[in-house]
Design a protein around this ligand. Sequence first.
Ligand code: ZN
Length: 273
Amino acid sequence: MIDTHCHLEDLLAFYPLEQVLSCAKQAGVGGLIAVGVAPSRWLAQKMAAQQARALGDAPRFSLGLAYGIHPWWADAVAPALGLAALARWLAQERADTLAVGEIGLDFAPNMPPMARQMALFEGQVALAVAQALPVILHERKSADVLLKVIRQTAGLRGVVHGFVGSRQQAEAFIAQGFYLGVGAAITHPRATRLRAMLAALPVDYLLLESDAPNQPGARHKNAPNEPAFIGEQLAVLAEIRGDEPDALGRQLDANAIALFGCGLAQSVNHGPS
Ligand SMILES: [Zn+2]
């Protein structure tokens, strides 16, 4: 299994990296993508990733990196400065970058002003296209605007992470070639609408992700989420789709590799190690 969305440096506030990785590997996680949120955090993210690789026992474990500015940071980061910082960082780190993310739009109440979010988002999309990198999108009450930008941007590929929108929106993203991230929300028994939707979507557009330490699943409500728990999501997804879990896991890994490239490919493993 590959956890395609994890905030690695945030997890270190809760657990030592050794523990995070050994639990993940024991649970059958063979790959992980650490996503970025702000220029002030990229270095800590990179250091955590390097440490994780050293501990990860390659090729049995692979770690990919994505860098970007999350819309929640649009207040703290002036768009022009943030975009210049990302361009510089990518120039330096391009060879070790699988995607631009986490970027996107959050139109929930009390979020940074829309115009600032848009400037930051559109600039990062342009950087991703120029660097031929896929994007990892944060979507909250913003699916229609994201879809508009995607339709207007030739060559843009990516994933809407932790997708919990409507079936109509899901199909619109898939029609544009976008993947949808299946997060721990699926483990909550009351998520019947989400489950019905994910059971009906084409499997080759789904990715597995934790968003750790955020969004803990049903069995971990009072604890930080971890990459080690994505198998619980795979089990629910397999059950609602009537699929065999190992085969479904291999398909989701293949989807991740199709989107993010073969940097993840060598080290994918399945089942407890
Ligand atoms: Zn995230």
